[in-house]
Design a protein around this ligand. Structure first.
Ligand SMILES: CC(=O)N[C@H](C=O)[C@@H](O)[C@H](O)[C@H](O)COP(=O)(O)O
Length: 229
């Protein structure tokens, strides 16, 4: 496997280009254009969901791609690359890093080890999406190459807040040897800068760059009281 420090050529912004089938920008072609725009602006990596989008983005841009597959299983809360099937599909699609759920739910901390090992046997690095400090420590012990704060706010036991979890970024960055990726609810360049000041090596920004329906709705909401007058 490529040494982790050589996957991304420097620290910086990773743009998450994701649209699910029910979102207006759904489709590999659109996501590849989003990725192109991000890279032209200086993004050093892309994070994306699904084999089609991974392939389309890999064809379009030269920066490393973090791939995941969101898949729902009835009765389970684990939806980011839940099983080996998705890991195999992501590798075949050409991702440079695989993102997967490394939370302490449903026996996941045991179940995820073979997925990490499989990725490594195929020369692919792993980004652990965690929701707490303890999960980040466990993820490093399990061999994850990057630890991301992606799932803080999305497990029942992590802080439920509108802002990014900078406290978690700070604690993980102080304690871990592997690079920490700040991700989740980063809505401004100022928040992104704070995340890096808190110790993150990389900052993933998604919705506030690539989900125009969410961006527009913030403006509409800000105007709604005034527009009624
Ligand atoms: C919790 C979950 O499903 N997160 C997903 C993970 O890949 C994406 O839907 C987010 O857009 C991504 O984490 C970036 O975060 P934000 O869009 O807040 O900048």
């Amino acid at each position: 496997m490529k040494s982790v420090s050589r996957i991304f050529n420097k620290k910086g912004l990773i743009v998450s280009c994701q649209a699910l089938p029910d979102e207006p920008l759904f489709g590999g072609d659109t996501m590849a254009k989003m990725a192109d725009a991000a890279v032209r602006s200086g993004a050093i990596g892309i994070r994306t969901n699904g084999a089609d989008d991974i392939k389309a983005i890999k064809q379009k841009v030269k920066v490393p791609v973090i791939g995941l597959i969101k898949r729902d299983f009835p009765g389970s809360d684990i939806f980011i690359t839940p099983t080996l099937d998705e890991v195999i599909t992501i590798i075949a699609a050409g991702a440079d890093v695989i993102a997967l759920d490394v939370t302490d739910r449903e026996g996941r901390l045991e179940a995820v080890q073979p997925l990490i090992n499989y990725a490594h046997r195929h020369g692919i690095a792993v980004m652990a999406d965690v929701s707490t400090f303890e999960e980040g420590v466990a993820a490093q012990q399990l061999g994850a190459d990057f630890v991301g704060t992606t799932l803080s706010g999305y497990t029942l036991y992590s802080p439920q807040q509108e802002e990014p979890d900078l406290r978690l970024v700070r604690r993980l960055s102080a304690a871990l040897e592997v690079p920490v990726i700040a991700e989740g609810r980063i809505w401004s360049p100022e928040d992104a800068a704070k995340a890096m000041q808190a110790g993150a090596s990389y900052v993933v920004v998604g919705s506030s760059i690539t989900r125009p329906q969410l961006i527009a709705s913030r403006y509409v909401e800000a105007l709604s009281g005034l527009a009624a007058k």
